[in-house]
Design a binder for this molecule. Sequence first.
Ligand code: ZN
Length: 381
Amino acid sequence: MLDGLPLVDGHCHSILATAPDREAFALAATEATVAPPGGLSLLDGPAGLAIRRWCAPVLDLPAGAPMEEYLARRTELGHAEATARLMAAAGLSHLLVDTGLDGPELAPPSEVGRAAGAEVREVVRLERVAERLAEQGVSAAGFAAAYADALAAATVDAVAVKSILAYRAGFGGVEGVRPSPTAVRTAAGRWLARMAKARGGNGNAVPAPPARLDDPVLLRFVLWCGVDRRLPVQVHTGLGDRDLLLAAADPALLQPFLAAAEGSGVPIVLLHCYPYHRQAGWLAQVFPQVHVDVGLTVGQVGARAGEVLAEFCELTPFAKLLFSTDGYGLPELYLVGAAQFRHSFGRLLEAWVADGAMPAEDGRRVAALVGAGNARRLYRL
Ligand SMILES: [Zn+2]
């Protein structure tokens, strides 16, 4: 159902500028940030199997070739050639790149687009805009207005904004009202003073660490500023690396916010969602502006993607379900995300057609919607 359909990657990041070593490859392929002890391999699991299955043939090896052989072949081809082959094989027409991760270890997004033969569009991370303000210097009283201006300037060409509230405070305390101007001013005073202290006082011998927006009031403030900007708001939910508190990343905890933001009509896109994808599906059904994105989850669960995608589809209306890879660091993750999605979502739709649950023409229509059409409509591509 999805073979040959160019996919719109609605959420991804940039790739590493240089080839990772074996351990860095294993960490980049999973959500782990620490390798297990005693030489146990992170890659001997669903994510590693998916890389061996979908990526090995693109590097001229049989599908399922052992990881050692795969990594040796990758080194033999060189980082640039391996990247070009893997990205091109993903069959992506657009990459919507979250530019909030912008360290020197990453290639510029335009390079990722060139390798993929895809158009690159920007998604602006709401927290990063506030952090840049703190790094440049802003007063507590002027913070709210300066943030609104900075966000407007940063999003002139953007197709969406993104919140990583799940990583910074979690959804537990999220209320249905936006913070008052007084609360924002007080919180800004507290946060800016803390950042100035953390970043100063080293006599400029070492560069100041980047600012980190972790104040719960300001995190909610920037989320509402994202809504005010009237671009789709992507929200990280569910799994990620262990920097987040998984229990506080359940999108169902966002219900008061989703209800309060409903009147704006601004689309909210719940990213990743797993293992709360069933909650996300319910939210997409009952809130008119809520959408659900399957990125990261499909690649990480590998061969189980069919079952997990079926669970995504239990309640989510088809026009609100979106494909993405959440590719980050390794070109393998873009190809695995795309190939596993084509395979597993295609098989799911074919099974429904075979069962009489869905006419074949609806299967083709839904495949095109979830793979590309919904994102083209939502992000105005
Ligand atoms: Zn991501």
